[in-house]
Design a protein around this ligand. Sequence first.
Ligand SMILES: [Zn+2]
Length: 186
Amino acid sequence: MKGKASTSLDHHFWYFERFKGPRIFDARDAELVNNRFTLEELKHELHNAELEESTSKAFCEWEREDYWNQYKGLIEYLYYGRLRLRQLDESRTRKARNGRSIQEIKEANDIVETIGIFVELKKVGNSYFGRCPFHDDHSPSFYVYTDTQRWHCFSCLKNGDVIDFVKGIKGLDTAGAIKELSRGCA
Ligand SMILES: [Zn+2]
């Protein structure tokens, strides 16, 4: 994490000098603080600075208030910068993992075999049809296509891939359907 939070630190200090008077902390302090605290500790430090700031304000200790106000600004800057980095990292990891597994799961679960567990399907050409499980279907209007690995109901117009089918039939969200398909749907 070292150094990462100080990319636009110059701007942060410029802002302080411009709008809040002589600054108390410099880039060296920022680096020290950043290396000293974990993300959780920064959060706690932020809360602490807020308390100190409002206490000094209540006692009209303006110098002390200025100190804590600037310290709070510094911590805020470091905390939200690092929080954003962590969130970016997490979402990147999640995307990579999902991207891989969704493709693998679709390949491992043939749509006709999976839907065939729940719906009696008849073959016609390259596709299959049967009664739609998502509405009260009297004439078979539910089609499953092997080439595109998708399904479509011509009455209720619901459609999707194997994951959407499991979501609908079992009342699950995407993550739940993926889990279900990973361990074998039946
Ligand atoms: Zn339908």
